[in-house]
Write a protein that binds this ligand. Structure first.
Ligand code: OAD
Length: 287
């Protein structure tokens, strides 16, 4: 995963920007047969899940970029597991909001009409699936999955246990000022097959995305005839280049975000505001 503010050197023919033009957007959407929604942390903000770069982006004194790394896990696996235990608990207790629900309902409508509708999400909270969406590509992994760090095993498994191990019970409080006593490595989550140390099935900074998942996402981006960019700052690659690539092909892109982001100028439609309100309206979905 690459992080950066600069955009790829794409040659994009700028279209006239349309602000809050729900009618024009719906017309374009109704003519589309292959739709991709690219989502980021903002789509889950109204479900109470903190975004990465806004307020609440810190856990204790750490930025998530300090803990979501292989180096942090290698040197302080107990701390990284505490952080992920906290995030798992929030995600497992969170409920899909109106934006997730609208996307799930829209997918069903598309199915009935024989149209393609896919979500590519950078989120790891599983809320799209909880809302009923089925065509979801989880680019950055999932909090409810774990992978064994034993290279001879490497098993990926679903795990919804909360806490995932006894040693993490009552841990993960983000407000604690000092690091708590270290949890012994032997008490951290273990693989059910080989007893190797488990880690969250998350793509960390400095790691590559699963090539198959990335290829699936790229294919969707190359084939779609409209793209919805929802609640993402569009600064983490490769996801950050997906919507600009659609715009480069001359296809409409609609952005749903609280604010302007570095890539916003490249997109045709803009719906400022919380996507729990703007998205159902744009998709013409009653929740
Ligand atoms: P960010 O935290 O960078 O951006 C969240 C975006 O959502 C911002 O542009 C906000 O303005 C917007 N936003 C917040 N609340 C919103 C709302 N109610 N409605 C609409 N928009 C809203 O999150 P991402 O772009 O998802 O990777 O970050 C990308 C990746 O960076 C994450 O997947 C994560 C992180 O490193 C991993 O952890 C692997």
């Amino acid at each position: 995963m690459i992080f950066g503010k600069q955009l790829m050197p794409l040659v994009i023919k700028m279209s006239k920007r349309q602000l809050n033009d729900f009618e024009a957007f719906r017309k374009v959407l109704s003519q589309s047969k292959n739709i991709v929604a690219l989502t980021g942390a903002g789509v889950s903000a109204e479900s109470g899940i903190p975004t990465f770069r806004g307020e609440g982006g810190l856990w204790r004194k750490y930025r998530s970029a300090d803990l979501a790394t292989p180096h942090a896990f290698y040197t302080k696996p107990h701390l990284v597991w505490e952080f992920y235990h906290y995030r798992r608990t929030i995600a497992f207790n969170a409920q899909p909001n109106d934006a997730h629900k609208a996307l799930a309902k829209y997918e069903k409508l598309c199915e009935e009409q024989g149209h393609k509708f896919n979500i590519i999400t950078q989120n790891v909270d599983g809320l799209h699936t909880k809302a009923g969406s089925r065509n979801v590509i989880e680019l950055h992994g999932a909090l409810h999955k774990v992978v064994c760090t034993n290279v001879k095993c490497g098993t990926v498994a679903e795990n919804f246990d909360d806490p995932i191990c006894e040693a993490l019970r009552g841990r993960g409080d983000p407000m604690v000022r000092e690091d708590l006593p270290m949890i012994d490595k032997k008490d951290l989550p273990k693989c059910k097959k080989c007893s190797g140390l488990l880690r969250p099935y998350i793509v960390w900074f400095g790691e590559n995305l699963d090539p198959d998942i990335l290829q699936q996402a790229r294919d969707l981006v190359e084939e779609c005839d409209i793209c919805l960019v929802i609640g993402t700052s569009s600064v983490v690659y490769p996801a950050a280049m997906f919507a600009p690539l659609v715009a480069e092909r001359g296809k409409p892109v609609a952005e749903f975000n609280l604010t302007e982001e570095p890539a916003s100028d490249l997109f045709q439609f803009h719906f400022p505001g919380p996507c729990g309100s703007t998205l159902p309206r744009a998709l013409n979905i009653q929740i």
